[in-house]
Design a protein around this ligand. Structure first.
Ligand SMILES: NC(=O)c1ccc[n+]([C@@H]2O[C@H](COP(=O)([O-])OP(=O)(O)OC[C@H]3O[C@@H](n4cnc5c(N)ncnc54)[C@H](OP(=O)(O)O)[C@@H]3O)[C@@H](O)[C@H]2O)c1
Length: 242
C-alpha cells in the first residue's frame, strides 16, 4: 500500500485501506506496516501516518500498527531504536541474520520489555542462499570493519555451519539461527520454489544450532555495534539483497 506525500494522509490511507479490504475480502487487516522507513523520514511517518492508523485501529479496521526498516541502509537499526524509544508501535519488522545479528543487542531487549511484536526479515536472502554472493558479502563485511578478517575462511566463509551436528545447508543454518533467537517472534521466509518452502519449514522445525557453531558465529559476526554504515557496496548489488 503506497501513500504519497499527500496533503490529506487520512483520506489517502482510508481510501487505500478500503481498496485492500475489498480485494482481500476481509473486514480488517491484522498488521498494517508503515514500510521501509529511514531515520530521516521517521518523524514524518510518526506525525502524519500514526494518528490515522490509531483511528483505524480504534475502528477495528486494523488490529496492530507496525513499522519496518530499510535494513540494507540501516543495518544497526537507528530508525527502529527511535521507534522503540517512542513506544507507540505494536509490531516491528527487523532485518536479522547470522551475518548481521545486531538486533540482538540493540532491538530485542527493549522490544521484549515493551511487549512489541518482532517479525524477522532477511533470514536468508540471496546473501545466504547463493555461494558467490555469500563470499562477496563476507568480503565486503570484512572491508567495512563489520567482521574481523582472521575469523573466516575467505573461500567458504560459512563452512563451519555444515556437518558435525550442524546444518545440511547454509539456508537451513540461517533459518534455524533466526528461529531460535530469543526475542524473535516470527521469522519470515520468502520463496517462489515449493521445494524450498518444504525445506524451510523442516529447517524451522529443527532444534537450535549447536552451541559450538553459535559461539563461532558470535565471534565472527557478533562484534560491537558502533556506527556502521550501509551494507551496500559500490561493486554490485550483492548487499542490496543481503
Ligand atoms: N521492510 C522491508 O523493507 C522488507 C524488505 C525485504 C523483505 N521484507 C519482507 O520479508 C519477507 C521475506 O523476504 P526475505 O527476502 O527476507 O526472505 P528470505 O527467506 O530471507 O529470502 C528469500 C530468498 O532466499 C531464497 N531462498 C529461500 N529459501 C531457500 C532455500 N531453501 N534454498 C535456497 N534459496 C532459498 C529465495 O529464493 P527462491 O525463491 O529461489 O527460493 C529468495 O531469493 C518479504 O515477503 C517481505 O514481506 C520486507
Amino acid at each position: 500500500m503506497l501513500v504519497s506525500d499527500s496533503e490529506n494522509p487520512e483520506r489517502e490511507i482510508r481510501r487505500s485501506l478500503e481498496q485492500s479490504l475489498k480485494q482481500l475480502r476481509t473486514d480488517y487487516i491484522d498488521i498494517y506496516h508503515v514500510h521501509g522507513v529511514d531515520l530521516k523520514d521517521y518523524g514524518y511517518a510518526k506525525e502524519r501516518f500514526l494518528p490515522v492508523l490509531k483511528k483505524l485501529r480504534a475502528e477495528g479496521k486494523i488490529r496492530a500498527i507496525g513499522i519496518t526498516e530499510h535494513f540494507v541502509e540501516d543495518p544497526t537499526h537507528t530508525m527502529l531504536q527511535q521507534s522503540l524509544q517512542d513506544n507507540c508501535w505494536d509490531v516491528i519488522m527487523v532485518g536479522f541474520n547470522l551475518l548481521v545479528p545486531y538486533a540482538r543487542r540493540n532491538i530485542f531487549p527493549l522490544a521484549k520489555k515493551q511487549d512489541v511484536g518482532v517479525i524477522g526479515m532477511y533470514a536468508v536472502r540471496s546473501g545466504l542462499s547463493q555461494p558467490a554472493r555469500l563470499k562477496a558479502l563476507c568480503q565486503s563485511l570484512v572491508e567495512k570493519g563489520f567482521v574481523a578478517s582472521d575469523s573466516l575462511n575467505s573461500d567458504e566463509p560459512l563452512d563451519f555451519v555444515i556437518g558435525d551436528g550442524g546444518a545440511l545447508t547454509v539456508p537451513e543454518a540461517a533459518y534455524r539461527f533466526c528461529r531460535h533467537e530469543p526475542g524473535m517472534d516470527v521469522v519470515l521466509t520468502g520463496t517462489g520454489n515449493p521445494e524450498h518452502l518444504q525445506a524451510n519449514i523442516a529447517s524451522i522445525l529443527k532444534p537450535p544450532l549447536p552451541d559450538s557453531i553459535l559461539a563461532r558465529l558470535e565471534r565472527a559476526f557478533g562484534g560491537p555495534v558502533g556506527e556502521k554504515g550501509s551494507l551496500r557496496t559500490t561493486a554490485g548489488h550483492a548487499e542490496s539483497k543481503a
